[in-house]
Design a protein around this ligand. Structure first.
Ligand SMILES: Nc1nc2c(c(=O)[nH]1)N[C@H]1C(S)=C(S)[C@@H](COP(=O)(O)OP(=O)(O)OC[C@H]3O[C@@H](n4cnc5c(=O)[nH]c(N)nc54)[C@H](O)[C@@H]3O)O[C@H]1N2
Ligand SMILES: Nc1nc2c(c(=O)[nH]1)N[C@H]1C(S)=C(S)[C@@H](COP(=O)(O)OP(=O)(O)OC[C@H]3O[C@@H](n4cnc5c(=O)[nH]c(N)nc54)[C@H](O)[C@@H]3O)O[C@H]1N2
Ligand SMILES: [Mo]
Length: 695
């Protein structure tokens, strides 16, 4: 709290860092003051001045009009948001803005979703007294891009697009050129969207209050019949999406500002890559392969077929001759049911998911060191960190919304350490790039530990109170042959030392890791070393620190939480423990399988050794994504029954005996758990296409 100020003579407490606008919004309501150049996800700018309010420093003192969006609120000031004088001023401002815009704006029906028109109506403008400015004349439309168009005849120079590109995506494609009446927006060195360095995140199109920049999908020109809030399916970031729907068809996608995960941002995939859901190639009917050809059948027929086959195999061979593979693309509810079906209906722990080829070393490494295998912090913690260490991950490509946030933090001057054989985009912003030989993470991390100990930069208090076995660990590390590690990794020891010192002496340091750690043979041990680094420097257990695996698929965290693993049931209970089995039996009121099941690679071996006869796969394209394709194909070919539940005729689906057509995330409801362990609601936007069903 930093004092008191008055709104229309009523006293309110000021919060630290508040502008006059945020102070009014918090105390008197969101809609009291009209704004135009201001946007919830951008820094205050103060260009249009529509948000002006009257301010006096004394109860009856002289008033001064001040742009509220970027003026800090002063203790003891008297604010009047809507005096006659101010209302007149706002009207005049909008009138002048409108002269830079096609004059039919006020009657334009196409743009009935236009923010400028809304503000004009709000301040009470019916016509414009001034002659048209020249800014909007002679502007060519830019139709070069598949997702975004620009028509700068509609531009009012509010610079929201420029700021979105700078402050949200950090791409710096748009800028303002010219002076005075000639001021205008340019892309790159005055080129088109397509030729510029634009990454198509669409933040500018979303930010534009007119339709000077808009989605090709015409989101602004048609008011949708409904908007549905849901969660993106592409990666573990878990961006919230506002899906605009008319006539049971997705029209466009925008990013909600009030979503904590993505605050008005998405990447191009989340915003624009949705038309797969009603693509002609979607699988729309259940099918059974007869004489080598898929034949469409009814759901009842396919259910009977599967039930009979499962019963036959279970009776003849036993339940462990059947296995399931669940999908990290699917909801928690679907994953929970799949593992329950395998365990309770079939009676086997043969259930696994895609984490096997992705982050299972993270889960194991973190379980061993911390007791639980998931991110220790949230992505918003980037706002509280002083140092980011990114090891074996390429977030600006694979987790673009998180990657863009990291860029912003690095540009604010926070330390960035990249450990990667390649020059990823983030290395441009990094102080340290440890360009190691692939497969040598353990060497580099051991060197870092060595230098931290040698420099006496350990957090002794943390080590004493929160860790075990440190003395032994210390001795081992100090015995390492640095020359050998330097040779193995080919990273200069002085560079490693400096990076280690930067990490250890930063107030708060966060680490992020990805496939460059987990997909190598020493993945689990590397994750443990990353955890060790956090522990010896005390970078765990508060905001802005921690070990943060960049989990891959949208619900890979959830699939594991729900128990889609052969050795742990729902809630991570260890299936080697007889007490756990008893607990599950009580809960499910049913016998529970007594031995752990096959992991995916063990399923292949089992099939080739006649120990597995049937596999039911939901949403995973093993033939395309698992290593050693020939081996995978051979193993799947050998099965008596392969059921594939899919959106598309994937390489794996082609091999199936039975196809179950699944509904995509846009067509069903449930929850996804993102990489931070945030459980978020998925809501059905459109009805499932064809004869498909939620998994
Ligand atoms: N749109 C979309 N986004 C996705 C997905 C998708 O299907 N669609 N998939 C998601 C999934 S499942 C995942 S797992 C993530 C993957 O996302 P990331 O974990 O970021 O994986 P990569 O993008 O492959 O980046 C791995 C990095 O590791 C580096 N590397 C390779 N070997 C080594 C090494 O030995 N040591 C170190 N230190 N680095 C090394 C590589 O050069 C590369 O820069 O992406 C997710 N994002
Ligand atoms: N060559 C290659 N191999 C890889 C990787 C790579 O980058 N390149 N990455 C590795 C990693 S990290 C991972 S996580 C794995 C991922 O391996 P997969 O999980 O096989 O990867 P995806 O291609 O995402 O396949 C998911 C399948 O689910 C389907 N699907 C999507 N949504 C739904 C749904 O709601 N219901 C149903 N029933 N199906 C759905 C999609 O059509 C798609 O065929 O691949 C690993 N292998
Ligand atoms: Mo992954």
């Amino acid at each position: 709290m930093s004092g008191i100020a008055y709104i229309d003579n009523q006293a309110f407490e000021i919060k630290d860092g508040e502008t006059i606008l945020s102070f009014i919004k918090r105390n008197s309501g969101e809609d009291i003051v009209p704004t135009l150049c201001d946007a919830p996800n951008l820094e205050p700018y103060g260009a249009c001045r529509v948000c002006s309010v009257d301010v006096s420093l004394k109860a009856d003192g002289p008033m001064k009009a001040q742009a509220s969006c970027h003026t800090p609120v002063t203790a003891g000031s008297y604010i009047f948001p809507s005096t006659k004088r101010i209302e007149k001023l706002r009207k005049n401002i909008i009138e002048l803005v409108l002269t830079d815009h096609p004059l039919d704006c006020l009657t334009c029906e196409v743009n009935n979703n236009c923010e400028l028109q809304e503000v004009a109506a709000k301040v009470g403008i019916r016509d414009v007294r001034y002659p048209a400015g020249k800014n909007h004349l002679d502007k060519k439309k830019d139709l070069s891009h598949p997702y975004m168009t620009s028509d700068f005849s509609k531009c009012i120079n509010c610079a929201r697009c420029v700021r979105a590109c700078d402050e949200v995506q950090g791409q710096f494609v748009l800028s303002m050129a010219g002076r005075g009446f000639d001021s205008h927006i340019i892309k790159g060195m005055n080129t088109t969207f397509d030729e510029s360095a634009c990454v198509s995140c669409g933040a500018c199109a979303q930010a534009c209050p007119t339709s000077a920049i808009s989605d090709v999908f015409e989101s602004k020109s048609i008011v949708p019949q409904k908007k549905v809030r849901t969660v993106c399916t592409y990666c573990g970031v878990g961006c919230n999406l506002d899906v605009a729907v008319s006539d049971d068809t997705v029209k466009s996608i925008q990013a909600p500002f009030d979503a904590e995960v993505n605050q008005g941002h998405t990447c191009l995939k989340g915003r624009y890559a949705f038309s797969f859901y009603n693509h002609p190639d979607r699988l729309k009917e259940p099918m059974i392969k007869k004489d080598g050809k898929f034949v469409e059948v009814s759901w009842d027929e396919v259910y009977d077929f599967i039930a009979n086959k499962f019963t036959e195999i279970k009776t003849k061979f036993g339940p462990d001759y059947i296995a399931g593979i669940s999908s990290a693309r699917c909801t928690n509810e679907e994953n929970y049911l799949m593992q329950k079906f395998m365990r309770v209906v079939i009676g086997t722990n043969n259930i696994d998911s895609c984490a096997r080829v992705c982050h299972s070393p993270t889960a194991l490494g973190m379980q061993r060191t911390f007791g639980t295998g998931a991110a220790t912090n949230s992505v918003v913690d980037l706002n509280y960190t002083d140092c980011m260490m990114v090891i074996g991950a390429n977030p600006t490509a694979s987790h673009p919304v998180t990657g863009a946030k990291m860029k912003q933090v690095a540009m604010k001057g926070k330390t960035l350490i990249i450990i990667d054989p390649r020059k990823t985009e983030l290395t441009k912003y990094a102080q340290f790039h440890l360009q190691l030989r692939p497969g040598t993470n353990a060497a580099v991390l051991n060197m870092m530990l060595y230098y931290i100990i040698q420099e006496g930069l350990e957090d002794k208090k943390f080590i004493e109170s929160r860790t075990e076995g440190y003395d032994e660990f210390r001795k081992e590390i100090l015995n390492l042959d640095i020359a050998e590690l330097e040779k193995v990794s080919s990273v200069d020891r002085n560079l490693v030392r400096e990076a280690a010192i930067a990490y250890a002496s930063a107030g708060n340091a966060m680490s992020f890791h990805g496939l460059g750690v987990t997909e190598h043979s020493q993945g689990t041990f590397t994750v443990m070393l990353i955890a060790d680094l956090a522990m010896i420097t005390g970078n765990i257990g508060r905001r802005g620190v921690g070990v943060n695996p960049l989990r891959g698929q949208n619900n890979v965290q959830g699939a594991a939480d729900m128990g889609c693993q052969p050795y742990q049931g729902a809630g991570y209970y260890d299936l080697k423990d007889p007490e756990v089995i008893q607990k599950y039996e009580l809960f499910y009121k049913n016998p529970f399988p007594k031995q752990v099941g096959y992991k995916i690679p063990e399923m292949y071996d089992a099939s080739l050794n006649d120990k597995l006869k049937a596999v039911w796969i939901i949403g995973e394209d093993l033939v395309q994504t698992d290593p050693n394709t020939h081996h995978v194909r051979k193993a799947l070919e050998k099965l008596d029954l392969l059921i594939v539940q899919e959106l598309f005729m994937s390489e794996t689906a082609k091999m199936a005996h039975v196809i179950l057509p699944g509904a995509s995330f846009l067509e069903k409801s449930g929850t996804f758990t993102n990489g931070e362990r945030r459980i978020q609601r998925v809501n059905k936007a459109v009805e499932p296409v064809g004869n498909t069903k939620a998994d």
